[in-house]
Design a binder for this molecule. Structure first.
Ligand SMILES: [Zn+2]
Length: 446
């Protein structure tokens, strides 16, 4: 197959013939004589597009075409050990001639008879987007390689997420941001991006990225002008002609990855869309917070601090209120012993006979419930429990006893209400689906 996408990455359509068509389990695979469709290769997905069957010999009446969607494309190298097996499985082995070194197979939405004249039309906006991002990746990897000597050992051009580069050396976020700046300088310099097919001897001497022993024609993508060389890399994918077309390179994140870093980036239209969406978020926040964008971080931090402080004050007020209620319910004679925050009221330990249960509001803070539990523990000799919730949705609780095994309380609630929960001898916690009256009846009888 003649790879038109390799010769001219800006070509959006071509007219050609289908050289084979195979049905495998209801799916159709074709080969073409020439093609504008880049197949999946080197970390980049296959092009999408449409194929139109010509009614006659390369006629051009658009309304007579039947569009068939291009679903996928894969390049199989005859040098691959499993190539025969792969192709046999797909049932397309017979489509390859004995002397073919590689074959590109396209998955299509319907059968197209071998020999049919077709017009192939590329989804070019989508392809151009990938060209911007792939060329952008070469630029960023090139400047990192030139400055630090590291290589990109894993590249993926995702269509619905970021472009990722796995760099085999450690870089800080600041270092990567400096490389982003450098990469964008290369964009402004609008350097040519060219492809060449050097012969074996030339290749031996050349220093380029992704240098692997390949028994076949190597395609090199070079980003350079007369003043500097940014990158030379073996690559099969379509690229833009000049760095200026990449538009912008934006680094999204840098994370540690297998002893090096994984950089997520975007280029071109995708980078602009990303920056626009982030900008809309910031604009929204300036409206909500009625401040300018440079004050947002400080203001949000101040709000968070204030919320924390208010939550603390609210918790204290809630605790004080409940403790006042607990004190008012103490038997005459011991009503004046309670002091909030003091765990041991009397040196002798709890002085009040019996069990005691206190119900609090559904949104009562867990920490405050624990404080109240400890306060009750210091007063009562029997079992005590603090229950937060309501009859409709049930209760979460902390409970136990200062003198007895607290787990007895959890066991009783589990037995009676199938309540969830457990803990240690000094405190148990859990959840109960029952009414306050039912719960109280069980605890009083313990
Ligand atoms: Zn590449």
């Amino acid at each position: 197959m003649i790879k038109l996408y390799e010769k001219d990455s800006y070509l959006t359509e071509n007219e050609t013939r289908v050289t084979s068509c195979t049905e495998v389990e209801g799916e159709y695979y074709i080969t073409l004589r020439e093609s504008v469709f880049f197949p999946e290769e080197g970390g980049q997905n296959a092009d999408t597009g449409s194929i139109y069957i010509m009614p006659g010999l390369l006629e051009t009446a658009d309304d007579q075409y039947n569009a068939i969607r291009l679903l996928d494309g894969k390049l199989y190298k005859a040098l691959d050990k499993n190539i025969k097996e792969i192709l046999d499985n797909k049932g397309i082995a017979e489509a390859i001639g004995e002397d073919e070194r590689e074959i590109v197979v396209y998955k299509v939405g319907a059968a197209i008879e071998a020999g049919s004249a077709v017009k192939c039309e590329l989804d070019y906006a989508f392809r151009y987007d990938r060209m911007q991002n792939h060329s952008g990746e070469h630029i960023l990897t090139g400047v990192i390689h030139n400055n630090y000597g590291f290589d990109n050992v894993g590249f993926h051009l995702s269509d619905d997420n970021y472009v990722t580069l796995d760099i085999n050396g450690l870089l800080t976020y600041d270092q990567v941001m400096a490389m982003e700046k450098e990469a964008n300088r290369i964009i402004y310099a609008n350097m040519p991006i060219t492809d060449t097919y050097p012969d074996g001897e030339e290749l031996q001497e050349l220093n380029y990225r992704s240098k692997i022993e390949i028994d076949g024609q190597v395609r090199l993508i070079t980003i350079a002008d007369e003043k500097e060389t940014v990158d030379i890399c073996a690559c099969c994918a379509p690229h833009v002609k000049r760095t200026g077309e990449v538009g912008i390179i934006k680094v999204i994140s840098v994370i540690n990855w297998k002893g090096g870093v994984r950089i997520s980036m975007l280029a071109g239209r995708r980078a602009l869309e990303f920056i626009n969406s982030e900008h809309e978020i910031i604009k929204g926040l300036t409206g909500i917070l009625t401040t300018s964008s440079d004050n947002i971080q400080e203001l949000v931090k101040a709000h968070i601090d204030e919320i924390g402080m208010l939550k603390g004050k609210l918790a204290t007020a809630l605790e004080e209120n409940i403790i006042a209620q607990i004190n008012s319910e103490l038997p005459v004679g011991v009503q004046d012993i309670g002091v909030i925050g003091e765990e041991i009221i009397s040196d002798k330990g709890p002085v009040v006979e019996g069990n005691y249960i206190k119900f609090v509001s559904p949104d009562f803070p867990a920490n405050s419930m624990k404080n109240i539990y400890n306060y009750m523990l210091s007063l009562y000799k029997g079992y005590v429990a603090v229950m937060s919730g309501d009859d409709e949705n049930g209760y979460r609780y902390f409970g136990g006893s200062a003198l007895k095994d607290s787990r007895e309380l959890a066991a009783a609630l589990r037995e009676r209400f199938d309540a969830k929960g457990g803990g240690k001898a000094d405190m148990v916690q859990g959840q109960i689906k029952a009414s306050s009256k039912e719960i109280e009846a069980v605890i009083v009888e313990l």
